[in-house]
Design a protein around this ligand. Sequence first.
Ligand code: ADP
Ligand code: MG
Length: 232
Amino acid sequence: MIQVQELSHSFKIGKKGKERQVPVLKGLSFSIQEGEIVSIVGRSGSGKSTLLHILAGFLKPDTGIIEIDNVRTSVFNETESAKYRLAHFGFIFQNFQLMPGLTVFENIELPLKLSGVMEKERRQKVQELLQLVGLTEVQDHYPNELSGGQQQRVSIARALITDPPIIFADEPTGSLDSETEQDILLLIQSLNRSRGITFVIITHDDTVAETAHRIYRMHDGELIEGGASHAI
Ligand code: ADP
Ligand code: MG
């Protein structure tokens, strides 16, 4: 589903006049199959979020080819990337990134509202997802009235609302205690099974990584496949 060839990226850092180019991704080649949960694990600063930003089209790589469903997304301009992203990707972040002024219901509904879906259809989809992630009772609450685990469920429901085939999760359990972390990882696994969604999970944590079908390890700008996991 996702094919990456010889992907490289570097950042220019340092004071003006004394900048230097620091390579972060050094010729990565890898692929992700449809319906897989793949984790990309590595230490902080190893380039995981940069890789995710590039895969999702937020950032243009210096060199390399990305193909998603046989579409070469790495040649897209900004408008094409944004359009593709809206139709194909969902996102889950460590800090949830919910809108504080909107209720649970309204947060989940927002992507559909922005895509111009009619109210009746929106309400039906939101209700279905509220049930799926177990948040029906708190649908009228605001994010700051929820626990971390509940907030992450809201953001998962929001990621699902447009039926994306791929969900990118950047440290999805990074702000949660270990018990809540397990709940969220189980929810991801069940969504993968029931809906066939492909998940790319970025993490610095080996126990999180091991809940994936396959693990890639990011080290020194390179990606090494870490073998199959038996945790599932
Ligand atoms: P990770 O997500 O694995 O912690 P990142 O992809 O965020 O790592 O960062 C990888 C490296 O690239 C780090 O050294 C970071 O400081 C650097 N970096 C990330 N984004 C930028 C940027 N916009 N400008 C300059 N350097 C950056
Ligand atoms: Mg990161």
